[in-house]
Ligand binder design. Structure first.
Ligand code: NBY
Length: 795
């Protein structure tokens, strides 16, 4: 459609929605009303490609992909939809004609924060790529009433408040009252003549809410189906009539809690009953749903693996294996060993962590009480595995049901998320199972969607790329290579640098709205944003900042490179050490930012409540990306990819996907430091390794003394005594051992930054060589190696 005509049409549609959907006239419309009306007008346009894709999938009876994930960290959608439709300019102009600021309207949308961090955001990038590639797919998850908590700082300490994205209407979803399944818990199982019947103690209803997942240029549109728990009966009339009002609302209470809130831990497995119920709730609903869909066009469930590939995003939905077996056997009458075989052919499992505390295990008695039939099925799966392989690796062991072993044994493919991580999975967590099933573990290195993480969030760079290599790159990201020849071109360098400066100014303006701080856009923006964890070593970054501050103070007239260090990220509410680190960062920032002798060279900012929308401002603005985890601990990282794609240089260890990023962008365009994964293991065996490292480093020793003696916490001098003591006595993540190398490498960064042309050349080469990290490449890998799924979109 001609742009002008479309603009007139969109204008009419926005006004129609304002009047008939929002019940407002122009004179009284708030930004909320405008945002809703624009969203609804855009949503209407999405419905046609959505229907088309669904129809094509049914007509072709093609294999579908089901991506089961406890988390989808989506962020805002309005701009994403406008851009995928190709109507961004039209939408902006339409709002301008109404006298409205498009950017403010976009910012009115709350983030859909149905995830903790990398794992949830990866699921969101995968939805984008699946749709862009035209692979028929459903995302399945939970429609949490409250997403990830909001973080505030009170005197520097993190406090959490409940998030409430559904307090407003969610325009992107369609309620499906007719799509509902019963989910059962507890009770007992009776077996007669080999036939099992489960008599559950409680039931809830899983009701579907669908959101379209639109791909690039609206060529294809999949569905994200999220389940909300509802009572099976609104209330128990019998108890009510007896006058037992509390018992009467008991079913409703259970239902409301199940989909109420996202668990905010992203490493420690909580082992809580409610969590197990959440996992089973959404997994069972999803499996029941996909079986129903299959049966609407196919007869024999034995052929399910030809039509359905089910991917488990970590072990959270690992109950999918036993649940599928239960439905095939108990409901559809297929012999149980055959059911196990069918289920395995459908399933793939992605591992995202090696941290032992993150591996899900359920106490046997708890598991058997909540899911008695599944417990029995797991025993049968285990027996068959023991018999077939002759190994002695059990799923149920030491009083626990191990979800990692279950997921592994029930999957055709198990994948790690970066080359290094996959090798470590083979050697460590699943070392024994790998020996038994040597072909099962494969690698699929993570990726990020270039639509959100470059095209949408970095308009200055988008425009420069478009005018240099054309407009084909957003769904063919390796085209960025064509920028490489311009790395030495002075005019291009200048344009590239200008784009970075514009993004930095945008960040500075945004920050000035929330903080009273003056920042020079020429200062180096050095950013570490991610969940707060000991293994990610925000503490090492902070100690380095203090050491740098000490050095500036000692020699105030030297030509120091001005730096602004940005921290962002949430700590799990129960993770005390991580919370202490946050408090310390804020305390150090207060002291350093108030030092007039150094403030031209060093500032520290820690904006509260880091989320997807904040990332969209930070990633394009960064000069330096901090990817400094202890080698062997970060499975992949995806923030590392977002920074490098947007033209930041990385200071990092040989960990996760850093290894592959460095291979792609070139070792000379990456600041490497630190022990390797192997050296880390060795070092841990040396006695007193941290104390020795501190004694060998006067700089580190001094900073630790400052922290311990209350320089940054004069109101409570011993506040950080435990952290310093930990550095001496149990520095498991080797902050002390890597510190000197890190400090020295930062000085190389300082020096490099002063040569703007050479720095810019390196940043261009980073952007140019990051094309491989598109999640389109990742999804093509899964489709080919694991799912056997094809694109239904024809160019
Ligand atoms: O998955 C992250 C990894 O740390 C990161 O390196 C990787 O890039 C990313 C995508 O593959 N893992 C992660 O984010 N894990 C979680 O968010 C998570 C959430 C919940 C639980 C465990 C882990 N849980 O047990 O509840």
């Amino acid at each position: 459609m001609n742009t002008k005509i479309f603009q007139i049409k969109l204008k009419q549609e926005v006004l129609r929605h304002l009047k008939y959907s929002l019940g407002k006239d122009q004179g009284h419309a708030t930004p909320y009303d405008w945002r809703m009306s624009l969203s609804l007008a855009l949503r209407d346009i999405v419905v046609d490609p959505w229907f088309d894709s669904t129809r094509k999938t049914y007509d072709s009876n093609a294999k579908r992909v089901y991506y089961l994930s406890m988390e989808f960290l989506i962020g805002r959608l309005i701009e994403d939809v406008a851009i995928n439709l190709g109507f961004e300019d039209v939408a902006r102009e339409t709002m301008r004609e109404f006298g409205q600021d498009y950017d403010a309207i976009v910012a009115n949308e709350p983030d859909a924060a149905l995830g903790n961090g990398g794992l949830g955001r990866l699921a969101a990038c995968f939805l984008d790529s699946l749709a862009t590639l035209g692979i028929p797919a459903h995302g399945y998850g939970i429609r949490y009433e409250h997403g990830l908590f909001e973080q505030h700082f009170e005197n520097g300490a993190q406090v959490e408040t409940a998030e409430g994205w559904l307090a407003q209407r969610n325009v992107w979803e369609f309620e499906r009252p007719e799509v509902a399944y019963i989910i059962a818990f507890g009770g007992h199982v009776s077996e007669t003549d080999g036939r099992a019947v489960w008599y559950p103690a409680e039931t809830v209803k899983a009701q579907a809410y669908d959101a379209p997942a639109l791909g690039w240029q609206a060529r294809w549109c999949n569905t994200l189906r999220l389940w909300s728990a509802k009572p099976t009966r609104a209330f128990d009339l019998e108890s009510f009539n007896r006058g037992d009002f509390l018992a009467a609302s008991a079913p409703e209470a259970l239902a409301r809690t199940i989909s109420r809130v996202l668990y905010p831990d992203d490493t420690t497995d909580t082992g809580k009953e409610l969590r197990l119920k959440q996992e089973y709730f959404f997994t069972s609903a999803s499996i029941q749903d996909l079986i129903r869909r299959y049966r609407s066009t196919n007869d024999d469930l034995r052929d399910l693996p030809k039509k359905a590939a089910i991917q488990l995003n970590d072990t959270h939905p690992a109950i999918a294996g036993p649940e599928l077996v239960r439905l095939l056997t108990d409901i559809h009458g297929i012999e149980i060993h055959e059911s196990i075989d069918i289920a395995r052919k459908c399933l793939g499992y992605t591992n995202h962590t090696l941290l032992p505390e993150a591996l899900e295990r359920w106490p046997e008695h708890l598991f058997a009480r909540i899911l008695p039939r599944h417990y029995r099925i797991i025993e049968i799966i285990q027996d068959q595995h023991l018999k077939d392989t002759g190994s002695d690796i059990r799923i149920i062991k030491d009083g626990n049901v191990n979800m990692g072993e279950l997921a592994f044994i029930m999957a055709t493919h198990v994948n790690g998320v970066s080359a290094l991580h996959t090798e470590l999975v083979k050697e460590t967590v699943f070392g024994d199972l790998h020996k038994v099933y040597p072909k099962r573990i494969i690698n699929e290195t993570n990726g990020i969607t270039p639509r959100r993480w470059l095209y949408d969030c970095n308009k200055p760079l988008r425009n420069l790329i478009n005018s240099t290599i054309g407009i084909e790159w957003p769904d063919d990201l390796e085209q960025l290579e064509r920028l490489a020849p311009y790395a030495d071109d002075a005019a291009f360098q200048e344009e590239f640098h200008k784009a970075k400066l514009e993004n930095k100014r945008r960040f500075i303006n945004w920050l000035s709205d929330i903080r009273d701080i003056q920042i020079d856009p020429n200062a180096m923006l050095d950013i570490q944003v991610k969940r707060i964890h000991e293994y990610k070593r925000q503490l090492m970054n902070l100690i380095e900042a203090v050491a740098y501050w000490n050095e500036i103070k000692e020699n105030p007239t030297k030509d120091w490179t001005p730096r602004v260090k940005v921290f962002g990220g949430k700590a799990a509410p129960g993770y005390e050490v991580a919370k202490k680190i946050i408090h310390l960062i804020n305390d150090v920032a207060t002291v350093i930012n108030n030092d007039s002798a150094t403030k031209d060279y060093l500032q520290i900012v820690f904006p509260e409540n880091y989320n997807v929308s904040m990332a969209e401002i930070l990633m394009p603005a960064a000069d330096l990306s901090e990817q400094i985890s202890t080698a062997g601990k970060e499975a992949s990282g995806t923030g590392n990819m977002k920074f490098a794609l947007n033209g930041a240089l990385t200071i990092g260890t040989l960990d996760g996907a850093n290894v592959e990023i460095r291979d792609h962008v070139g070792a000379e365009n990456f600041f490497l430091f630190g022990l390797t994964a192997e050296e880390v293991e060795e070092r841990r065996h040396q006695p007193e390794y941290s104390r020795r490292a501190i004694e060998a480093s006067p700089r580190l020793y001094r900073v630790l003394n400052q922290i311990a003696s209350g320089v940054f916490s004069p109101d409570e001098p011993h506040r950080y005594g435990s952290i310093v003591q930990m550095m001496y006595e149990s520095d498991y993540f080797l902050v002390t051992c890597d510190f000197d190398d890190y400090f020295d490498t930062q000085r190389k960064v300082d020096k490099a930054y002063l040569d703007t042309k050479e720095w810019t050349r390196k940043t261009i080469l980073n952007t140019a060589n990051m094309g491989w990290f598109s999640s389109d490449r990742t999804i093509k890998g899964y489709a080919k190696d694991i799912w056997g799924a094809k694109s239904l979109y024809e160019r």
